[in-house]
Design a protein around this ligand. Structure first.
Ligand code: GDP
Ligand code: MG
Length: 162
C-alpha cells in the first residue's frame, strides 16, 4: 500500500506550487487568485526511490461566507485520509486565524505533521520563519516552493514520518 502525504493550509500559501515542485512537473493548478484548486487532487509521487500519493487540497473561495469553516472541514477530510501531513504557511505573512484553525485540526488528528514555512525565497527572509516555532509543531521547514529552495530537505524529512 502506497502511503498518503497530504498538503494542507489556508488558500494562497503556495500548496499547489509545492505540489508541483515535489512532482517535478506542473500539474497542480497554481493561481494568483486563491481558491482555484479543487477540493482534493491526488498525484503519484516519488522521492528517494519511494512511491507515495501526494494530495493537494483547496477549493475554497476566500471571499465566500464561512470560509474559515470550510478550510477547517477540508483540512479534517484531507488529514483523516493521510498518513502524514505537510502543513504549509506563508512565512512572509505569518500566522493568521485561518492558519490557527488548521493547527487545531492537526493537533486533534494526532497524525505526524511537518510545518512548512513557504515563500522564504532568500536567506534574508529566513529570520521571519523563526516565530513559527511558537506554533508548537516543531521545526519550521524553510522552503521556497517557487524557486525550489529547501524542498529536497523537506522531502527527506517527510519520508521519515511517512
Ligand atoms: P495555494 O492556494 O496554497 O495552492 O497557493 P498557490 O500554489 O496557488 O500559490 C499562490 C500564490 O503564491 C501564487 O502566486 C504563487 O506563485 C505564489 N507562491 C507560491 N510559492 C511561492 C514561493 O515560494 N515564493 C513566492 N514568492 N511566491 C510563491
Ligand atoms: Mg492550490
Amino acid at each position: 500500500v502506497v502511503p498518503v502525504l497530504a498538503v494542507v493550509g489556508r488558500p494562497n500559501v503556495g500548496k499547489s506550487t509545492l505540489v508541483n515542485r515535489i512532482l517535478g512537473r506542473r500539474e497542480a493548478v497554481v493561481e494568483d487568485i486563491p481558491g482555484v484548486t479543487r477540493d482534493r487532487v491526488s498525484y503519484d509521487a516519488e522521492w528517494g526511490g519511494r512511491a507515495f500519493t501526494l494530495v493537494d487540497t483547496g477549493g475554497w473561495d476566500p471571499d465566500a461566507r464561512g470560509m474559515a469553516e470550510r478550510i477547517k472541514v477540508q483540512a479534517e477530510v484531507a488529514v483523516s485520509l493521510a498518513d502524514a501531513v505537510l502543513f504549509v504557511v506563508d512565512a512572509t505573512v505569518g500566522i493568521t486565524d485561518a492558519d490557527e484553525a488548521v493547527v487545531r485540526v492537526l493537533r486533534k488528528s494526532g497524525k505526524p505533521v511537518l510545518l512548512v514555512a513557504n515563500k522564504v525565497d532568500d536567506e534574508r527572509r529566513e529570520a521571519e520563519a523563526y516565530g513559527l516555532w511558537n506554533l508548537g509543531l516543531g521545526e519550521p521547514h524553510v522552503v521556497s516552493a517557487l524557486h525550489g529552495r529547501g524542498s529536497g530537505d523537506l522531502l527527506d524529512a517527510a519520508l521519515e514520518i511517512l
